[in-house]
Design a binder for this molecule. Sequence first.
Ligand code: RUB
Length: 327
Amino acid sequence: MTDGPPLAEAVDDTADDIATMEIRGAATIARAAADAVAAQARATDADDPEAFRSSMRAAGRRLYDTRPTAVSLPNALRYTLGRMEGDDVDTLRDAVLAAATAFTDRLDRAQRDLGRVGANRLRDGDTVMTHCHSTDALACVEAAVEQGKSISAIVKETRPRNQGHITAAELRELGVDVTLVVDSAARRYLDEADHVVVGADSIAADGGVVNKIGTSGLAVNARERGVPIMVAAQTIKLHPDTLTGHTVEIEMRDETEVIADADRADIGEITVENPAFDVTPPRYVDAIVTESGQFPPESIVTLMRELFGESADRPWEEPGTAGATPE
Ligand SMILES: O=C(COP(=O)(O)O)[C@H](O)[C@H](O)COP(=O)(O)O
């Protein structure tokens, strides 16, 4: 239990679920965060505007502190808390609830729209190779199937959490033929793939794509094999802090995801590292597909400036504290 304004149960539950990856994937995390912000707005018993704002910021910080890499989470907080305007509690609450609804509607629309753009890159009979589980990437395949195209998939299992299994199940529901391979088989099977289709947790101002660990190696191999790499990422994946030179923090996860304690003890003293994400340099990416159309990675900065200006605010921080002022 931390000091500060009380948090709605839904905020604590959502934060725990994001941290433990019960809720995972950048778009899904963003939706859950917006819903949790709305739950806080409904539940708080703050009875003056400043207490209400402070209570909402506390919920924002609890959610923000869960996982560091997917910028969709702070962008969801920016959208919902940034629209918290009004002079009395009822008006503030209505503003937050309306912003949360608008944000989740936007997510749905953005994914549908980028799916159609991505689908236009796929031809009837194509095979895609996937990595991890991305709802944005799957939206492209789904739209292609809806356009009547027959698509097959080679799905990388994506150690250590095997999100490829989720991708395989969802592709099967779309009627896509699926071949599941271990991560280290990717290069061999690239010869059978027409596209690599992946999602993103964050996209940097230089067009670098932050996504599940292994994406960058896959992209380098795909380029060497002449297979185009498409990144499906709605604009909430654009990382505004990178406009001012900040880098994206790569989450390091628990070592037991890599090796169980008992197996590790059998080996003897070793170091185990478990980075959850990596950065694919823009030169290995052929297209970033968003709801606003497709972009070469080098030009994504233009869209980022249009959407965020030159800097990003942090409406979950207490005014006057370190980190509250954008640099
Ligand atoms: O890397 C992951 C998920 O990592 P984790 O499983 O560690 O959260 C996904 O490719 C992106 O989040 C995009 O997903 P979406 O397109 O659904 O936003």
